[in-house]
Design a protein around this ligand. Structure first.
Ligand SMILES: [Zn+2]
Length: 341
């Protein structure tokens, strides 16, 4: 069982290959044309296996991918599998096999070589930013008439978006730079530390709609994902994520690093795109990553998850997301065409 992934990879290798004394098997690399290089004809792709672990290295385009029993199948490794000719179903099966293997690997083995953590520098919120609930309480204890109108407007904005103020933090600042006094500031937490933020205009006409300061590949709300959860909903914006306790990628474009971070949760990943045309990009990447995509019924009347939750409530929205999920590439393509026609 420990060698399931290793065996499957070895079966996918081309017939023309040779194994050297150093244990590396070399063959024409399948990766280069996908990475902007010309096709390899000199056998510069190499693979080495060891007790279930697989390492791949290309000496032509520099692509590397590896698998160690107990870890999840990384996005790069899955790309390698598809370039070697594995179909979607096989890759899906191997993803599940990798999760099962984890149970066979002793915890001390896993601890020996922990998966490389993504490290983000801590960043500060704008200087005068204060938690809206604490700030409102402070004013109310004093004199209600003194509550700044913009602070009240900010709190009211969060209420209108139907976000639980007991669960998610919002900040506000009287600073006028970037119109921050007319925005709600959403801190971006990673492993309990603030590593950035975004701020959302609380009225139309304030430009830009979002003013942000955070690492490019940040995935919002990873800290709030429960270990026992069977799935994670991936959406575009932080308000969508807060509405259903999912994660957000801050736009319709998702980087390889973001894909990796979400895959590390080791559960079913369900992408819910926005109904505007940019949402198509996210659907294409979800298919590439081997994720589930959902086109819930309310996408016909609502542009995103948050709008749907405000209109229909969280339970209905989540139920519709689960009912409409698709894993077949063909069905996802058909529904994508229909939605973005
Ligand atoms: Zn290559």
């Amino acid at each position: 069982m420990l060698t399931t992934i290793q065996d499957s990879v070895l079966q996918l290798l081309p017939a023309r290959k040779k194994t050297g004394q150093n244990g590396w098997t070399s063959f024409n690399a399948p990766c280069c044309t996908h990475n902007g290089e010309s096709a390899d004809t000199r056998g510069r792709g190499g693979i080495k296996t060891n007790a279930g672990a697989v390492s791949y290295h290309c000496f032509n385009c520099g692509f590397k991918a590896s698998f160690v029993p107990g870890r999840h199948l990384t996005f790069k490794f899955r790309k390698l599998l598809s370039w070697l000719g594995a179909d979607d179903l096989t890759i899906r099966r191997l993803v599940i096999d990798a999760v099962r293997l984890k149970e066979l690997v002793a915890p001390e083995e896993l601890a020996k070589e922990p998966e490389q953590e993504i490290v983000y520098e801590e960043r500060q919120l704008p200087e005068q930013a204060r938690n809206v609930v604490e700030l409102a309480n402070f004013y109310i204890i004093g004199d209600y008439n003194n509550v700044p109108a913009e602070l009240l407007a900010a709190i009211e904005y969060v209420h209108r978006r139907d976000i639980d103020l007991g669960k998610y933090e919002f900040y506000w600042t009287p600073e006028e730079a970037y119109n921050l006094h007319r925005r709600v500031i959403i801190p971006f937490y990673y492993r309990g530390k603030i590593v950035g933020y975004t701020s959302r205009a609380i009225a139309d006409g304030i430009k830009p709609k979002y003013w942000s300061n955070h690492p490019a590949d940040f995935v919002f709300n990873l800290d709030n994902q429960q270990p026992s959860s069977k799935f994670v909903v991936v959406c575009e914006g932080p308000f969508d994520a807060m509405s259903v306790d999912g994660v957000a990628i801050n736009g319709a474009e998702i980087s390889d690093i973001q894909v990796e971070q979400i895959d590390r949760l080791q559960r079913e990943v369900i992408v819910v795109p926005d109904s505007d045309r940019a949402g198509r990009k996210l659907v294409d990447r979800a298919v590439e990553a081997g994720w589930t995509v959902s086109f819930p019924v309310w996408l016909e009347t609502c542009k995103d998850i948050n709008e749907a939750v405000v209109k229909y409530g969280k339970l209905f929205v989540l139920k519709a997301i689960l009912e409409a999920r698709e894993t077949s590439r063909l069905k996802i393509e058909l529904k994508k065409k229909k939605l973005y026609a």
